[in-house]
Structure formats: C-alpha cells, structure tokens
Write a protein that binds this ligand. Structure first.
Ligand code: FES
Length: 95
C-alpha cells in the first residue's frame, strides 16, 4: 500500500527502514523524519503524515526496547564504557 504519494513510499518500505534502523542501533528513537532520510527522501505536502505515523506505530520494532528487555543491561554497559552514556546538561552539574 502506498503511504506517501508525493514520494511514492509504501508501507513495506517503511517497515524495512524501521527494521534496518532497529538492527543498526537497538536504542534508536525512530521518527518519521529518520525514516524519510533512511529512504533517501523528504516529505513534500505532509498530507501522508497521519497514515505515515500510524504505519510507524503499528510496526512491532518501532518502540525502543524496555530497559528490562534481554540485552538491555549489556547495551547500557557498553554505552557507559564508551563514554557516550547519559550526561548532565551544561550548567546542571552535580554538586
Ligand atoms: S503524500 Fe507524503 S509528503 Fe505528500
């Protein structure tokens, strides 16, 4: 089914982009903009966004896995070791 008529994007292409992004980074927050970029396209009129978002939200790989899901601890430990874990905002340092 075509979801975006301006860019000729199907629900299968959206599902494939979500699967690719989730496999590349299990913790990525998937947005419509990221899906467009992954497909090498950009929205034009925006008329498809309600259906586009529904297609995103109904994909089982769309949500970020819960912190208590298998492998979450290992992923978080890897982030902290790499120094890219959660940081405090500038000006909000610890005392
Ligand atoms: S239908 Fe998708 S941007 Fe126009």
């Amino acid at each position: 089914m075509i979801v975006c008529h301006c860019q000729n994007i199907t629900d299968r292409e959206i599902d494939a982009a979500i699967s690719w992004m989730r496999a590349s980074d299990p913790d990525v927050v998937i947005t419509a903009g990221k899906v467009y970029r992954a497909l090498g396209k950009a929205p034009d009129c925006g008329g498809c966004l309600p259906l586009f978002l529904t297609t995103l939200r109904t994909n089982p790989s769309f949500p970020v896995p819960a912190m208590d899901s298998p492998g979450a601890h290992a992923r978080l430990s890897g982030l902290r070791r790499a120094g890219s874990g959660p940081r405090t905002r500038p000006g909000k340092g610890t005392r």
